[in-house]
Design a protein around this ligand. Structure first.
Ligand code: XIL
Length: 311
């Protein structure tokens, strides 16, 4: 077996894709690897509110459609990302009177979900709702509607795409802690209402600081009857790369893959990109990088080999 997607079966193995990279004729390797190695894709930014509905009622599906069409041509699952998030939100939403935020959220979900209905294997309906202490972020949506915004968002997504699996996605919930406890409580209530199908563990990890017992924590969610997906995996470290970084990173990717493989309803792993060249890490975490499976020159790294061996 020479591809991640074949090794991962019956699970999928996905990557976040940017339409600019997919369409960059001077860098054909990106699209080639995306098609060869991966059986799922997540649009890295193209379905986010600020891009898909930059002004109230004005939808722009063009960038996202590049990725949708790519997944169709290449028989890939599409993880649609995301509908309700306090980041990369169109500015008009944050300036609305609180009494109008609910309507804006419902029409956003209607417009976007009905457009992509049938294309999405899953939707990250709500992204990153919690603070690390397990309280809800007091963002535009919570401020306007309280906790109820989550139920309303899921109901609306279900209404316009009854076949997509509906997820809540977050980071720092990969271990048992205050935040994942809060997510578990939220999930329990939503499962009993039939509104939630899965939980996404983003899994933006720091080398040598992997959270403990990821598999055991996955099972807390899957035992509610939920699917569990690793949605945004990368493992970053301070540059430049040392030999120890390379060795440890390979082991730690293996550890995450093994966790998913050991959990029946862990449905797949998605890495947050393909090559370190385009990873979000260096521009977000100063001085850090090296977080993905291919290096800047598209060489397979030690973590690629450990990953495919673990799958
Ligand atoms: C990141 C993208 O990778 C960047 O290109 C963008 O500038 C910011 O967002 N959690 C998420 C993702 O759910 O959508 C984020 O993606 C990374 C953190």
């Amino acid at each position: 077996v020479s591809t991640l997607k074949d090794a991962a079966l019956p699970r999928y193995f996905g990557a976040a894709l940017g339409q600019g990279h997919l369409q960059n004729a001077s860098d054909p390797k990106f699209a080639q690897l995306a098609a060869q190695q991966f059986s799922a894709a997540t649009p890295e930014n193209e379905m986010k509110w600020e891009i898909v509905e930059p002004e109230n009622g004005k939808f722009n599906f063009t960038p996202a459609e590049v990725i949708v069409q790519f997944t169709k041509r290449n028989n890939m699952k599409l993880r649609c990302h995301n509908l309700v998030w306090d980041s990369q939100l169109a500015p008009y939403v944050t300036t609305l009177p609180t009494s109008q935020v609910k309507q804006a959220m419902l029409s956003h979900i209607e417009g976007v979900v009905s457009h992509f209905a049938g294309d999405c294997y899953a939707w990250d309906v709500v992204n990153e709702p919690f603070n690390d202490d397990g309280t809800f972020k007091n963002d535009t949506f919570f401020n306007a509607m309280g906790e109820e915004y989550i139920t309303l968002a899921l109901q609306q997504a279900r209404k316009f795409d009854p076949h997509a699996k509906l997820y809540i996605n977050d980071f720092n919930i990969e271990s048992a802690n205050a935040k994942s406890d809060a997510m578990l409580t939220l999930a329990q209530g939503l499962v009993s209402k039939g509104l939630l199908d899965g939980i996404g563990f983003e899994s933006h990890f720091i080398l040598n600081e992997l959270p403990p017992d990821i598999a055991g924590n996955m099972e807390r969610f899957t035992s509610l009857g939920l699917d569990l997906a690793v949605t945004e995996l990368d493992i970053r470290y301070d540059l430049p790369t040392t030999d120890a970084d390379t060795t440890n990173q390979a082991q730690q990717f293996e550890e995450v893959i093994n966790a998913c493989q050991s959990v029946k309803r862990c449905v797949g792993v998605t890495t947050w990109g393909i090559t370190d060249l385009y990873s979000w890490v260096p521009s977000t975490f100063a001085g850090q990088g090296g977080a993905l499976l291919w290096d800047d020159d598209y060489n397979k790294k030690a973590d690629w080999f450990s990953t495919i061996n673990a799958l």
